[in-house]
Design a binder for this molecule. Structure first.
Ligand code: MIC
Ligand code: SF4
Length: 649
């Protein structure tokens, strides 16, 4: 047989179903990761399901998102997570140890294994030749308890990388080029598999930049072969024994092939307000910048930061610009501290931030009104930086450093400077003292779990009603992201408190939504959301389904819905409908009364097409539900939690 690398690993992990195009399969998950902003809810749900043991080879709980700790909430969550880890045999990466994806790549990711993480950038570890996927916290909780993870057999896109990138062109430009080709829509259910001589020449951290930001195309994951470079990286992390060679069969067939010649690439940027709005840096040269932020799980490796340090060494920051640098992990920070890179950054005028998500999630370093901010992160959705009027451009560390040097956007090829070629070290500094290993089994039961006042019980939904009688409570446009549905930034600290966090559902689009929805819910009216294409892009945050569920949302009616978000909707008992005729989107108006008689039966039967009646417009509208049998049962039960809990009884 001629298998793609993706198919090989998935087949090896198959525990449910048959590997056939477009069919749902269940796979065994070897490793899980959670981060604090999604993890608290994931573990609360783990507890609610009555799961008592971790059944994975390895599960790690990271604290990297909510580390600002204004008020007691974050610290309470951290303590809850630490005691949960002790109780259930989970590794605990303490705050300060780094961003989950960077640390997982350094210390835990293994070629050929499967990883499920409650964060959409979990595919970062695809750079090590593993199938690494993002999912909602509830799916991760189930996987931790030994349950299968369900996905549709993916369509595999082969990305052939040929040639070598010229000086000043980096891995970030490769993924920006891929985004330019694939765009941010239409890739649901696909996996990008990289290969070719150009791919072989990239180091693992460079590959990880590419697989990380592959998330922005909407693919399920991205993967590189496990080869000599993978062995080198694992050896440099003292983990050579975990290396296995892995690649696709020579005659494997792909859904689509994309050829990129790295020698032809130039420095690129993603312009406001989408990671898919790609422009050559040379097109925007000369634009004054206010802020430069270097870090995030996309570009905060040792090589990234040392390259920046070399560029800035001996120079001074211009007065009109702020520069922030957040090393991706404590390993990176300690190494640049020891070799003088950190001193060079400080001398230049950089503000050194904690090894955490920080600015990327908008909970610190928000730029000024109407500013231009150049960032090395992966998302520039409007308002994500914490400043609604800011214009965020995404770029490589060298483009960002060039902007910090000049106070304006410059194509780094035009700098009067030799490209500082920094190589990946042969040995990284290994110090895992900020990762607390699991307690011995005999000691776990005695651990008492800390629950501060910020930790609430996860709400459990009612089963789906027989008939749906609702109102279009909000109608939104195309490309609504989870940042629009459930804002993070200053609202992040309420992640463990669903009633409070629910007050901010759709806040950036319609601050009155939450009040209106709660009021309708209390009057027995079902809330409905009408949406355009790619609804739920971006993060894996299940709160974008959980909080609407709490407000009584029963269905989302969209032109298309992104993979992780659609799965999260089902997991919380909200039906993800898509229009049979997209033009019907235009006829639905806010506040229309919409009925779906016999919705429960229709979902149970799985006819695929459901008829709704818009009473206000006096019009019938047809919707599709592309749910597997398992998902239909979950939706009817009101979500995965009631489904699992009732099944157990
Ligand atoms: C993000 O980058 O948007 C986040 C914050 O990491 C999210 C997770 C979350 O919302 O907690 C993600 O990417 O899944
Ligand atoms: Fe953290 Fe940003 Fe990466 Fe999300 S994208 S995990 S917020 S660094």
């Amino acid at each position: 047989m001629n298998f793609t690398l993706t198919e090989k690993i998935l087949r090896e992990h198959l525990v449910d179903g048959h590997y056939e195009p477009r069919k749902e399969i269940g796979i065994r998950i070897d490793q899980t990761l959670t981060q604090d902003a999604t993890g608290t809810m994931a573990y609360l749900q783990f507890e609610s399901m009555g799961l008592s043991e971790i059944e994975t080879e390895l599960s790690v709980s990271y604290v990297d998102h909510n580390t600002v700790q204004v008020g007691f909430e974050n610290a309470d969550d951290h303590r809850y997570l630490q005691t949960i880890a002790e109780r259930y045999g989970i590794h605990f990466s303490r705050p300060g140890n780094g961003i989950c994806h960077q640390v997982h790549l350094e210390r835990f990711g293994r070629p050929g294994r499967t990883l499920l993480g409650s964060d959409s950038h979990t595919p970062t570890c695809g750079g090590l030749g593993m199938i690494a996927m993002g999912a909602g916290g509830l799916d991760v909780a189930v996987a931790m308890g030994g349950g299968a993870y369900f996905l549709t057999c993916p369509k595999v896109i082969k990305v052939n990388l040929e040639g070598r990138p010229p000086d000043w062109v980096t891995a970030k430009d490769v993924i920006l080029k891929v985004l330019d080709e694939l765009t941010t829509k239409g890739n649901v259910g696909c996996v990008c598999e990289y290969g070719g001589e150009g791919a072989r020449a990239l180091s693992v951290p460079e590959r990880a930049t590419i697989t990380n930001m592959g998330a922005e195309t909407g693919v399920t994951t991205s993967i590189f072969p496990s080869d000599e470079e993978t062995r080198k990286f694992l050896a440099a992390q003292d983990r050579e024994k975990q290396w296995v060679p892995l690649e696709a069969d020579e005659n494997a067939e792909y859904h689509r092939e994309l050829d990129i010649n790295l020698s032809d690439l130039e420095p690129l940027m993603a312009a406001p307000h989408s990671p898919g709005k790609i422009v050559p840096v040379s097109d925007v040269e000369g634009m004054a910048v206010d802020q430069v932020m270097i870090g995030s799980c996309t570009n905060s490796s040792y090589v990234d930061l040392m390259t920046v340090a070399r560029m800035l060494k001996g120079r001074r920051l211009v007065p009109g610009v702020t520069l922030g640098v957040a090393p991706g992990s404590r390993q990176v920070l300690m190494m640049i501290a020891e070799n003088g890179g950190l001193g060079d950054l400080l001398a230049f005028g950089a503000r050194i931030l904690e090894s955490a998500c920080g600015f990327c999630i908008g909970n610190s370093m928000s730029p000024k009104t109407d500013s231009i901010s150049i960032r090395t992160s992966n998302r520039n959705f409007k308002g994500r930086s914490g400043t609604q009027s800011a214009n965020v451009y995404l770029a490589s560390p060298v483009v960002a450093a060039a902007a910090a040097l000049k106070g304006e956007i410059v194509d780094p090829r035009n700098l009067d400077m030799i490209f500082p070629k920094v190589r990946m070290p042969e040995h990284f500094k290994i110090d895992d003292s900020m990762i607390i290993p699991p307690l011995p089994e005999g000691k776990r039961a005695k651990v008492s779990i800390y629950r501060g006042p910020n930790i609430g019980e996860p709400p459990i939904n009612d089963p789906m009603p027989e008939d749906l009688r609702g109102k279009i409570t909000i109608k939104v446009e195309d490309y609504v992201t989870t940042d629009h549905i459930m804002p993070a930034g200053s609202r992040l600290k309420y992640r463990s408190n669903v009633p409070k966090y629910s007050e901010f559902v759709f806040e950036p689009l319609d601050p009155e939504f939450s009040r209106r929805a709660a009021d309708q819910r209390d009057r027995g009216i079902h809330n409905l959301v009408a949406a355009g294409v790619s609804y739920g892009q971006g993060s894996s945050r299940e709160h974008a389904a959980l909080c609407p569920m709490y407000l009584g949302v029963k269905a989302v009616m969209a032109k298309s819905i992104e993979r992780i978000h659609a799965a999260n909707l089902v997991n919380f008992g909200i039906v993800p409908f898509t229009f049979v005729e997209e033009s019907d989107y235009d006829s639905l108006k806010r506040d229309d009364d919409v009925e779906i008689a016999g919705i429960r039966d229709a979902i149970e039967r799985g006819d695929g097409v459901v008829e709704a009646f818009d009473r206000t417009a006096g019009k019938r509208v047809l919707f599709k539900t592309d749910l597997s049998e398992r998902q239909r049962k979950i939706a009817v039960a009101g979500g995965l939690l009631p489904y699992t809990v009732r099944k157990k009884r």
